[in-house]
Design a protein around this ligand. Sequence first.
Ligand code: FES
Ligand code: FES
Length: 160
Amino acid sequence: MAKSHVSTTVNGDPVEFLCEAPETMLDVLRNTLGLTGTKEGCGTGDCGACSIMVDGTLVCGCLMLAVEATGKEIVTIEGIGAPDRLHPVQQAFLEDAALQCGFCTPGFIVAAKALLDRNPDPTETEIRYWLAGNLCRCTGYDKIVRAVQHAAAGMKGQQA
Ligand code: FES
Ligand code: FES
């Protein structure tokens, strides 16, 4: 099968790759670019484990064809914070123990950051609705919601 040449931006860096027409952005991130922080749970848009940002919009990487990345700005979990400088959402997940196996966590953190970027002071209901597309089979969600509330409060404090 002929491959397409794609030029895009991933986590602020210009990136080029070759992909076949059916390959998803999730496939390319994990298998071609080695960015394995983005997870594949269902592969059908139901679990949110593959959440990424595309031009500022939260997207399921498993539902996006890799060729659609042309000219876009993609942000993955690897582009959010760093080991020595965690994003407030990551810090809150740690402090609130908002994870167990951790498989869902990158998706939740990308989704929560996307929420706080557009709504820095969400209610608990807004957090629960926003994160409804992210599934976690371990935590029961309460600690995740609390972590997002704490991250929001901390980020507000930093801005004050
Ligand atoms: S792997 Fe994409 S939504 Fe589940
Ligand atoms: S921590 Fe295991 S699926 Fe969420």
